[in-house]
Structure formats: C-alpha cells, structure tokens
Design a protein around this ligand. Structure first.
Ligand SMILES: [Zn+2]
Ligand SMILES: [Zn+2]
Ligand SMILES: [Zn+2]
Length: 568
C-alpha cells in the first residue's frame, strides 16, 4: 500500500508534526493507530516514567529492613504511598502479584483500572537483578561491587557510570562498553586506561582524546587512527610521552584544569565530523554505529530499520524505544533488555518477553496486557490469568473500548489505544525522573503540563565538614572518606568512596569538586545538547551538511566523505 505523509497537530504541544509514509508503514505492520503526540512529546512522556537517580532510604514494607529505593515516602498524585519491598521480599513466595489482579470492567476506563493496580501492588525498590554487593544501583543487571551505576549491565568494581556495559574498574563514565580503567569517558568502547575522552574505540592509555581509533599513548588528540605516542596530534618518542605524563601530572587540580582546556581548545581547532555516524547505511541522527536504515536515532548501535530510538543496542524494526537493549518490533517503550519482541506502551520489560502492552516491570512474560510486576506469566490482562481464546477476545474488547471512549487526563488530552500511559500515571514526580534531565522544567511549568511533581524533602540535613579539597591527590589522606563535601555547583552534599579514592591515587587524578549527579549532568550534556541538527556547510567541499554542532563548538565541521579523507 502507498502512504502519503500527513501533517498532524500534537495533542500536547500543539505544534504540527509530520507522519511520514515509512511511519505509516510501520504502524500498519505492527497494527497500531498513528500517534497523536509529536516525537519529542512522546520521548518526554516516556522519560517521565523513569526515575534512575532520585533515591531514598525507607523501610521495606514487608520485612521492615532499611532499604534504598526509587520511591519516596510520599507518592505524588497517589492516594497513599506506594508499597515497596526489598529485593528478597519482592522475589519471595510470601506474596503474589496476581492477587492484585482485576477483572476488566467496561464501566471504567482501562487506564483507571491499571492505575488502581499500580497504586495497590507492592513495587521493587530498585531495578536490579542478579547483583552482588551493590545496593545503590538502579536499572542495572548482573553487577558486582558497583555503586551508583544506572542503566548498565554486567559490570564489576565500578561506580558513578551511566550505560556502562561489560566493564570493570570504571568510574564516572557515560556509554562505555567492554572497557577497563575508564574515567570520565563518554561514548567509547573496547578501551583500557581511558581518561576524559569521547568517541574512542580500541584505545589504550588515552587522555583527553576525541574520535580516535586503535591508538595507544595519546594525549589531547583528535581524529587519529592507529597511532602511538602522540600529544596534541604530534608524534613524540615513547620516552617523551612518559615524560609528559610525569611532568604534567593530572593529579594536581590546577594542571588538570589547564590541560582539559588546552585539549578542548585543540579539538575545536581541528576538523570534526558533522555527525557521528560510523559504519552505517542510510541512517540519520547522531552517534550511530554499525546501523542500517535508522532515522532520527540518537545513540544507536547495531540497530536496523528503526526510528526515533534514543539509547538503543541491537534493536530491529522498532520506533520510539528509549534505553532498550535487544528488541524487535517494539514501539513507544522505555527500559528493556534482552530478547524482547513486540513490546509496546510499556516500561521496564526484561529477559525474553514477547507481545507485551501497557505493562510495567515484566520478566520473561508473553502475551500480557496491562500487567504489573509479573515474572514468567502468559496470557494475563490486568494481572489476571486467561486462556488463549479468552485473552484474545478480551484484549480486542479493551482496545475497542479504549478507542471508542478514550481516557481523558486533567489537561484534556485523550489516550486512545496507541498512546503511552497518561502523564499523571507516572509513579514519580517529574523532578525525580530522567525527563527533567533532558527537558528541565520548574514545578509550575511541569504542573501546568499535567506532570506529577514530588514535593518530598528528606529530613536528613548534612553538616558539611570544613575539609578543603587539596590541590594534589598525593596529599589526600584516607580522612577524606569521612568527610561530607559540598558540591561546587549544586551546594549539595557528597562523599568520596574508598574505591574511587584508590582509583584517583592509582592513576594520579585529582579529587572531584562536584557531586556525582553534577558530574553525570555534565557528561549527559554532550548527548542532550546535541539532539538537534543544524544546516551548515562542510568545511572541505562546501556542500550543505547537517550537523549537531554549532559554529561556536566546532568551527570546522566536515561531511563524512571529507572527514574520512582527513583522517585515514
Ligand atoms: Zn508535541
Ligand atoms: Zn524486605
Ligand atoms: Zn565535504
């Protein structure tokens, strides 16, 4: 069938957006109606259902043990606080999520019934499975000895990292894979001893480098391929490289600031690729690696025939997925991992789940609609078991009724089948969620848009120590571990943990002056500040070129062809 593109007005922001013929083909293929919210509002709405970093201490509602969890002692917009269980209680046989099931009632909207289960059922304090000695990680699987890692998988002895995968001994990174001894590095892979670098692959002993491959002993470099012993893109002897490291010690904070600025200024003075699209065919967006036919994708790797993906790895035939690893035919879905198929309008679906709609936190489930917190179940609707025939009849009926009489939220937006959950059904306040990191809003603005807001403030007040962070890491004693430090940006309290102090000492790095949250925000800004494409001119061939960088950031941007001529 031939489709024509269509302009629609977004229900939320009232801006026009275009639904392209390939979008219609996708919706037809997976049998969903076209969306009524624009791509950006869809992304913001999904992100408003994910709270990674706003963590609280409260007792487990079953065993009473003190736990760390992502649900504050008050739940915004809910009648009473959500019930939260620790990991052991949640996975014990002392309760059954099916006991919270409901028979669908045609007199009420589907979303109202879903919300009743969400408010009544116990929730898992933090999303983690199979983790060892890592009580402060969230949205992580299979981690050992990790601390404040979010959204990653299979890590060991690592801390403060976002989207860290299969890595060990890494501190403060963003989207780093298969690496060891990584620090303050972003969007890099297969690295060993990598510091303050972005877009580096198969590199070793790499400092302040940008877009380098297969290099070792490089410092302040950009666009290098298979080079050794380079400082600011100039070859030096191995001895001179070592001498440079020893003389310009990063362990002193003043040196660190100077070298960081020097490197960033150098990157600016060099040719840079307009967008990071590497080994990919027919793809648009930014930070795309080994992809095919991916449009409007940001941070996608090994992904095919997909659109509007943000943080995708091994995705096929999907639209609007965010933070999903390993899925096909998925749509409008946030947080998922491993062998997923046909998951839509859902959050946190993991481990070989298929045909899932309007569900939250399912593990190894199949054919579920409107379910919450189930493991290894099939053919369930609103946490109630059906036979295959019953399931199909009831699912069809609910969809028909969702379309005939859509749920309307407090801002008069309608949610027929084909739209994600209503804003107000997020279990979190907007200010607690990832949405606030990408689309920051003040309380008043968020509430005007119909998002929840969490007003809870912990009663714990920190006494700051008068500890002055010393310029040289060599002078820092173990006493710093006992101190409450004040973040230079937010003024909030933070601490140094033993794992990190050892790391700084081992690699001669200065103690951080800002809190882990602000360190993360700084790295995240490299992604979130580059979600728009500008029309500029290639510095080489002068052809019009789309880029995510402004003139100020990188004066010399090159189209892919010209960039490859420069670097290889
Ligand atoms: Zn919109
Ligand atoms: Zn418990
Ligand atoms: Zn060019």
């Amino acid at each position: 069938m031939e489709y024509l593109s269509e302009t629609k007005q977004c229900q939320n922001c009232k801006q026009d957006f275009i639904i392209e013929p390939d979008d219609f083909a996708f919706y037809e293929k997976i049998k969903v109606p076209a969306p009524t919210f624009c791509p950006e509002c869809r992304l913001q709405r999904r992100l408003a259902f994910r709270n990674e970093r706003s963590l609280y201490k409260r007792p487990c509602d079953m065993c009473g043990a003190d736990i760390i969890c992502m649900f504050s002692p008050v739940s915004p917009n809910a009648k009473r606080p959500f019930t939260v269980y620790c990991h052991n209680c949640f996975y014990s046989d002392k309760w059954d999520p099916m006991d919270y099931g409901k028979k669908y009632d045609s007199n009420k909207s589907f979303f109202e019934q879903w919300r009743e289960i969400q408010e009544a059922i116990p929730h898992l304090g933090l999303f983690q499975q199979n983790s060892v000695n890592s009580p402060w990680i969230n949205y992580e699987l299979d981690d050992k000895n990790c601390y404040l890692n979010f959204g990653g998988h299979f890590n060991e002895d690592s801390a403060y990292s976002q989207y860290l995968l299969k890595s060990k001994d890494c501190i403060d990174n963003f989207w780093l894979m298969n690496s060891q001894f990584g620090y303050e590095s972003t969007l890099s892979e297969n690295c060993y001893k990598i510091f303050f670098s972005i877009f580096c692959f198969d590199c070793q002993d790499t400092y302040f480098s940008f877009d380098c491959k297969g290099c070792y002993n490089i410092y302040g470099c950009t666009g290098l391929r298979h080079k050794q012993n380079y400082i600011f893109n100039k070859p030096v002897s191995k001895e001179d490289f070592q001498k440079f490291i020893e003389e310009k010690r990063l362990g002193t904070y003043t040196n660190f600031l100077m070298l960081k600025k020097q490197a960033e200024d150098f990157w600016k003075s060099q040719p840079q690729r307009a967008n990071y699209i590497d080994k990919s065919v027919s793809s648009s967006g930014n930070i795309i690696k080994d992809c095919k036919n991916c449009n409007a994708c940001w941070n996608a790797e090994k992904t095919e025939d997909s659109k509007f993906i943000l943080y995708g790895l091994n995705i096929k035939d999907s639209h609007d997925t965010t933070s999903v690893w390993g899925g096909e035919k998925c749509y409008d879905f946030i947080a998922g991992s491993e062998q997923l198929s046909n998951v839509r309008f859902s959050t946190s679906i993991i481990k070989s789940s298929t045909n899932i709609e309007y569900s939250h936190y399912l593990t190894n489930c199949h054919n579920c609609f409107g379910c919450i917190n189930l493991t290894s179940k099939s053919l369930c609707i609103l946490n109630t078991q059906y036979t295959k025939d019953e399931f199909e009849v009831l699912r069809k009926k609910i969809i028909e009724e969702m379309c005939a009489k859509p749920y309307t939220d407090s801002k008069n937006r309608e949610y027929p089948y084909g739209e994600f959950f209503p804003y107000e059904h997020s279990p979190f306040g907007y200010n607690e969620t990832v949405a606030n990191q990408y689309f920051p809003l003040e309380k008043k603005e968020a509430e005007e848009l119909g998002f929840n807001w969490n007003n809870y403030e912990s009663e714990t007040k920190h006494e700051f120590s008068d500890y002055q962070i010393l310029n040289d890491i060599k002078d820092a004693g173990d006493d710093v571990l006992e101190k409450v430090l004040k973040c230079e940006i937010s003024g909030k309290a933070f601490r140094i943990i033993p794992m990190e102090l050892q790391f700084y000492k081992k690699f001669d790095l200065p103690l951080p002056r800002v809190s882990p949250f602000e360190r993360h925000a700084k790295r995240l800004s490299f992604i979130k500040d580059h979600l728009k494409l500008y029309n500029r001119q290639c510095f080489g061939c002068k052809k019009p070129t789309e880029t995510v960088y402004t003139e100020l950031e990188f004066p010399m941007i090159y189209c892919e062809q010209c960039y490859l001529k420069e670097t290889y």
